[in-house]
Design a protein around this ligand. Structure first.
Ligand code: IMP
Length: 424
């Protein structure tokens, strides 16, 4: 079975844990968008791994992992992650491949990303991870990007970098008052990545096609989430790639005809990092309590995540945009101890009721949620492994989420460990 796993909220839903579990039943795991802005956390016993660019499936010995053409690759971050895995006894030899068509993140991308955010020039503040993701995708669309394959032809690479570089230094100097970067330093650094990356580089679209023909099972690992998708998210407060289901196809070169199942991952509540509208955001005291209990601090930047009630409007929207077949609901245990649990089922704005997600961010910014209230439960859920052992009110809450999203729940997570999982 070939399955796509998508974040159905604003990212940080807990995809790392689900990928790790599903990777047991597949042969190949593919990252298809984003770069080292992601932070997929997997806990195995007392060891905690945070993967930013390399697919989480790498933690399973026999799995092959692919970074597809739709991803953006910072070679320095890539080799640091390989080194982290090596220190933990995990070898990537002959089972990690990068698409020759993936675009490279350069130091000017990261620098401009940070300067844009910090100086507030040329854009509204997005609250990015400052990993150079937006500027790299912007260059890709403007046809100024440099791809992994280009490193294999040094003369071509040099010429291309040279032509792009002049423009980047002009932007740095004239707009941001930065002294500019040294061409030769960057050229030499990236030139040296060519031979080091070579063993990993492949025509991954062909590799995946042939693997699918041999009935290998492929798992597509989405990063970020649907509401951060550059087309379908809360633009401009989004990332710069397609984090919803379409990105899995364009970012891997695999046909949708080969996909059997699409799974959406949601938290039992909602979180968001960075700027942008968030209608169901908690009041401050509850926010602090859930941040601490749910360890809601970014795994890439350490920033506290904003937390709120489950928003069924965006949930339904995600189910529609992605065509979700089923759901994994994460962190249900964090809600234990709350007397009442709310679900946002619609929005109200200037006397009008919105049951569907309004695509205009200016409208969403003015929307107030309409809530329904459910009785909570006190029991600690972390030791529960079967649906029938969940407290009655927890089961009712989950059933209501299924009803509102018109999507069945297949997995419920009650803790960060692999075994703290209920399969339905
Ligand atoms: P960028 O992807 O670094 O450009 O950041 C754009 C927006 O996406 C910001 O609001 C980030 O906080 C958010 N974002 C990027 N990656 C992640 C992620 O892995 N989890 C949650 N939010 C993310």
């Amino acid at each position: 079975m070939n399955r796509i796993l998508i974040g159905a909220q604003w990212g940080d839903e807990g995809k790392g844990k689900i990928i790790d579990l599903l990777a047991e039943k597949c042969d190949i795991v593919v990252r298809f968008q984003g770069g080292n802005n992601a932070g997929h956390t997997v806990r195995i016993g007392d060891r905690k791994f945070v993967l930013h660019l390399i697919p989480s499936g790498i933690l399973h010995d026999e799995r092959v992992c692919v970074i597809g053409n739709g991803a953006v690759v910072n070679p320095r971050a890539f080799f640091e992650e390989i080194e982290m895995l090596r220190r933990n006894g995990i070898s990537v030899k002959d089972r990690l491949f990068i698409s020759s068509q993936a675009h490279l993140i350069f130091p000017y991308h990261t620098l401009i990303d940070g300067l844009k955010e910090d100086t507030g020039k040329r854009s509204t503040k997005i609250g990015t991870t400052k990993k150079g993701i937006g500027p790299c995708y912007a260059d890709k669309a403007a046809r100024l990007g440099i791809r992994v394959a280009d490193l294999g032809t040094p003369a071509y690479f040099r010429e291309r970098l040279k032509s792009v570089f002049e423009e980047k230094n002009q932007v740095l100097q004239k707009i941001y008052g930065h002294p500019g970067l040294s061409f030769s330093k960057i050229y030499e650094e990236y030139q040296s990545y060519g031979p080091r990356l070579k063993p990993f580089v492949k025509d991954t679209t062909l590799y995946l096609y042939e693997a699918a023909r041999k009935k290998k099972k492929i798992l597509f690992e989405g990063a970020q989430g649907t509401l951060l998708d550059v087309d379908h998210g809360t633009y401009p407060y989004v990332t710069s790639s397609n984090a919803s289901v379409g990105g899995a196809m364009s970012g891997s070169g695999v046909s949708p005809a080969l996909i059997d199942r699409i799974t959406g991952v949601v938290k039992a509540y909602t979180t968001r990092v960075g700027e942008g509208p968030f209608p169901t955001q908690f009041p401050p005291a509850l926010m602090t309590a859930i941040q601490n209990k749910g360890e809601e601090f970014g795994s890439t930047t350490g920033r506290p995540r904003r937390c709120g009630w489950f928003d069924a409007v965006i949930g339904r929207y995600s189910a529609r945009i992605n065509g979700l077949d089923d759901l994994a609901v994460m962190k249900l245990d964090v809600l234990s101890g709350l007397q009442k649990i709310k679900i946002g089922t619609a929005y109200r704005r200037r006397g009008k009721i919105y049951r569907d997600y309004p695509a205009e961010t200016s409208v969403l910014e003015e929307c107030a949620p309409i809530y329904e209230e459910h009785p909570g439960w006190d029991e600690d859920l972390s030791g529960i492994r079967r649906w029938k052992d969940l407290p009655r009110n927890a089961k009712r809450y989950l059933k209501r989420l299924e009803e509102l999203l018109e999507t069945p729940i297949q997995i419920v997570s009650v803790g960060s460990e692999r075994q703290q999982t209920i399969f339905l």
